[in-house]
Design a protein around this ligand. Structure first.
Ligand SMILES: Nc1ncnc2c1ncn2[C@@H]1O[C@H](COP(=O)(O)OP(=O)(O)OP(=O)(O)O)[C@@H](O)[C@H]1O
Ligand SMILES: [Mg+2]
Length: 259
């Protein structure tokens, strides 16, 4: 399965006819089992693009094409949002099986799938807790397990760790890298954080300031599995510097325009 993001553009029109051009001619693909990261300055259209790929928003032009879909019982996408978006009245277990219940799956099958993803994200022993009883990192583990339990072809993540403290965020990056290795799915991950992008990604798509255009697609040739020692590798900093060069230029242009 390959996902082709085929020349997507998006202009928002408000009720008075005012227009905001958010994205311009975004064109790239996501290969089977590939981890693609999108970085770009604030407001450049990253969430807009993710929502279009998720089918939650229509594009103004261009299309998203899922090629070579073999398992047509799987949804194309599932999304993990920044703000957890868990059901507060449901336990961890009940959050994770929500989509399976909706599908009408029987309870035994639900339980097999739930146990698989509960152990994948390391939540054993927390099945009967409610979201308010969990830390931020654990809530995001639930959100990841819930999304994966639906067996999507592509997992979409919109800054899933940006509400976490710095240490938890780094630990969750290690965890996510491992989860991706174990699931062998395609992931599309949005972040502001360049180190995170290089740590996680097979390729990093760098967007310009609004309207978002692709400035570069950087292939991250670092070995896997990615672990803590990756940041000490010489190549790692070279990638971070390269991407930072683009982001810095964009920020400086924005500053000049607002002066
Ligand atoms: N529903 C909407 N109507 C009008 N304009 C919108 C709408 N949603 C987003 N925009 C505008 O489109 C642009 C891109 O927004 P978007 O949320 O996609 O950016 P982003 O890159 O995700 O930003 P951030 O990094 O802050 O999350 C922004 O200028 C935003 O104000
Ligand atoms: Mg956003």
């Amino acid at each position: 399965m390959r996902v082709l993001i085929d020349h997507i553009s998006k202009t928002y029109t408000d009720r008075r006819g005012g227009q905001t051009e958010a994205l311009q001619g975004i064109h790239f693909d996501i290969e089977e089992n590939e981890f693609v990261v999108i970085v770009g300055p604030s407001g450049c259209g990253k969430s807009t693009l993710l929502n279009i790929i998720a089918g939650l928003l229509s594009s103004s032009s261009g299309q998203v094409i899922f090629e070579g879909v073999r398992n047509d019982s799987s949804p194309y996408t599932a999304v993990v949002f920044q703000d957890f978006a868990l059901f507060p009245w449901r336990t961890v277990y009940k959050n994770i099986v929500y989509g399976l219940e909706e599908k009408g799956m029987n309870k035994t099958e639900q339980s097999v799938i739930a146990q698989k993803y509960i152990s994948l994200v390391g939540l054993q022993g927390f099945e009967q807790k409610y979201p308010h009883q969990l830390s931020g990192g654990m809530k995001q583990r639930v959100a990841i397990a819930r999304a994966l339990a639906n067996d999507p072809l592509l997992l979409l993540m919109d800054e899933p760790f940006s509400a976490l403290d710095a240490q938890t965020r780094v630990l969750m990056q290690y965890e996510l890298s491992r989860i991706w290795e174990e699931t062998q799915k395609s992931f599309l991950y949005i972040t502001h954080n360049i180190q995170e992008a290089v740590f996680l990604g097979d390729r990093v798509v760098v967007l310009s300031k609004r309207p978002g255009r692709i400035l570069d697609i950087v292939k991250i040739d670092l070995s896997r599995p990615r672990r803590e020692d990756l940041v000490a590798q010489e190549g790692y900093l070279k990638y971070v510097d390269w991407i930072w060069g683009y982001i810095k230029d964009q920020a400086q242009e924005t500053l000049r325009e607002t002066r």
